[in-house]
Write a new protein. Structure first.
Length: 163
């Protein structure tokens, strides 16, 4: 029993799709902050559905006040950003329903948020959702998904390994 208490947390993990939709390379995201990987490497999804789920087992680090993004930390320490739409900070929460709070523990596939892709698009914003590994200096990505359709909570977008 004591062995389990002191068990080292596994740093390597698969990151699953937080949304259903078409996976696109980060370099094709029409926003330089993401396409030039200023925040980190990752992929993006053009969502086909409004439900956003946790892509990893871990903890909610920060629900942005404007509800357009959630950052997570895996049990192994990798930091992940799910940024719903582009420039959507300007909507000040309109079209977003966050279903988690800071410090909450999550498993892959647990609900994070819903985001009304029709409202976001009607307001003139792009719904493409970057999924970013924020601490790439400590972790590496491999087996990165190409352009394909992904199902939220099921399909692996990339593997994360401790450097």
């Amino acid at each position: 029993m004591l062995k389990n208490i002191f068990k080292k947390k596994e740093a390597n993990t698969d990151l699953i799709a937080p949304l259903s939709g078409k996976v696109i390379p980060l370099g094709q995201v029409p926003d330089q902050v993401f396409s030039q990987k200023m925040m980190g490497d990752g992929v993006a999804i053009e969502p086909a559905d409004k439900q956003v789920v946790s892509p990893v087992d871990g903890e909610v680090v920060d629900v942005f006040k404007t509800k357009h993004a959630v950052s997570l930390k895996t049990d192994g320490g990798a930091e992940i950003l799910v940024h719903m739409g582009l420039e959507t900070v300007e909507l000040d929460g309109k079209g977003f329903d966050i279903q988690v709070e800071n410090g909450q523990k999550l498993k892959k596939g647990d609900p994070l948020a819903t985001f009304d892709i029709n409202t976001i698009a009607a307001e003139g914003y792009k719904t493409v959702t970057p999924v970013i590994l924020l601490n790439g200096e400590e972790f590496a990505m491999s087996n990165i998904a190409g352009e394909q359709d992904a199902i939220a909570g099921e399909d692996v977008l990339f593997h994360i390994e401790k450097k």
